[in-house]
Design a binder for this molecule. Structure first.
Ligand code: ZN
Length: 232
C-alpha cells in the first residue's frame, strides 16, 4: 500500500492468532501541546490537543511490539475528530472577528487620513464605520489623533506608509474573506472618501492601494470605485 514503510505495523485493527487469543494493532497517543482552533467537524471554536502516536502490537491489551510513529494529529477535544496541522491555518471565529474589526478600522483611518479630516461628513462616515465594526466607544477625536499619527509616519513618501499599514492590517484577513467581504471593505473606504465630495487625488491613491491590499487588480478596483454608491 502507498506510504506503508517496510516492517511497519499496519493501521489499527484486531484479529485472532492461531490459539484464538485476541491480538491487534493499536495507536498509543501522547498529548504534547494544546490550544484553540476552528474545528471543521464541530463547525466552531474548540480546544484541540496536538498528539503524537506510536503503533504497537498488543495481545489481550498487553504491548508486544513497538511499531512505527504516526503523523502528529490535532484532536478536537469536543468531537474527537483528528486533523492535520493545516487545520491551524484557519483562524478561529473569535480571531476572524478581531481581524475584521481591525481591518475596517484600518480602512476608515486610511481613507480619512488621505483627504477627509477637514470635512465633518467624512469624519462622521469614518466614525460610523468604526462603530459598526465593533468599536462603539471610539470617538472622533481618537480617530483624528490616529490619522495624525499615520500621516506623520508617511510625510516622506506620499501614501506609501498608509499602503504599508493597509497591507499589514489586511494581510492576515484577506485570505479568509470571500469576494463580497473584500468588495465590502473597498466600498467602506469609498464611502468615507465620497462623503466630502468626489474622490481627491490623495483618496484615489489610497483607495487604489486598498484595492491592491484586497487583492483586486487595478482595473477591478477602478470599476468598483466608479460604481460605489454616492452617500445620501
Ligand atoms: Zn470538533
Amino acid at each position: 500500500m502507498a506510504g506503508r514503510h517496510r516492517g511497519a505495523l499496519p493501521a489499527d485493527g484486531w484479529g485472532r492468532v492461531g490459539t484464538g487469543l485476541r491480538t491487534g494493532v493499536r495507536t498509543a497517543w501522547t498529548t504534547v501541546a494544546d490550544g484553540e482552533f476552528f474545528c471543521a467537524a464541530c463547525g466552531g471554536d474548540r480546544n484541540y490537543e496536538r498528539r503524537t502516536g506510536r503503533r504497537r502490537l498488543e495481545l489481550l491489551g498487553v504491548p508486544l511490539l513497538r511499531g512505527n510513529a504516526t503523523e502528529p494529529v490535532l484532536a478536537c477535544t469536543s468531537c474527537g475528530e483528528h486533523f492535520g496541522p493545516e487545520a491551524l491555518t484557519r483562524p478561529t471565529t473569535t480571531r476572524l472577528a478581531a481581524l475584521l474589526r481591525d481591518g475596517v478600522q484600518g480602512v476608515a483611518l486610511a481613507a480619512l487620513a488621505m483627504g477627509g479630516t477637514d470635512h465633518p461628513a467624512a469624519r462622521r462616515a469614518a466614525v460610523t464605520s468604526v462603530h459598526a465594526a465593533g468599536y462603539p466607544d471610539c470617538t472622533e477625536e481618537q480617530l483624528l489623533a490616529q490619522c495624525a499619527a499615520l500621516r506623520s509616519d508617511t510625510s516622506a513618501g506620499a501614501c506609501v506608509g498608509v499602503e504599508i499599514e493597509l497591507h499589514a492590517t489586511l494581510g492576515p484577513l484577506v485570505p479568509h474573506l470571500a469576494e463580497p467581504g473584500r468588495v465590502g471593505l473597498l466600498l467602506q473606504g469609498a464611502r468615507i472618501a465620497l462623503a466630502d465630495g468626489p474622490y481627491s487625488p490623495g483618496e484615489r491613491a489610497v483607495l487604489t492601494a486598498l484595492g491592491s491590499a484586497l487583492e483586486f487588480t487595478p482595473e477591478q478596483t477602478q470599476a468598483l470605485l466608479v460604481a460605489a454608491p454616492e452617500p445620501r
